[in-house]
Design a protein. Structure first.
Length: 73
């Protein structure tokens, strides 16, 4: 399962969601502005920027990274 931590009005978050949708990748979008726990999860992973992508078998990463996202397709 792919989790995408995001926030509203985040262009890289939108690009990531669009890429995953276009490639048929199932994912869970988690808005850190609606969940303090989700924000704490992102901080615990060591990130301060969004989106943060967490997936089984993949080191967590942030930003729009089509090179890594393509591995999920």
């Amino acid at each position: 399962m792919v989790k995408v931590y995001s926030k509203p009005n985040c262009m890289q978050c939108k690009f990531t969601k669009k890429f995953l949708d276009e490639h048929g990748v199932a994912f869970e979008m988690i808005d850190v502005t609606e969940s303090e726990a989700a924000l704490e999860e992102v901080k615990a992973l060591g990130f301060q920027a969004l989106p943060v992508i967490v997936a089984d078998g993949q080191e967590p990463f942030y930003g729009f990274r089509p090179d890594i996202l393509a591995k999920f397709a």
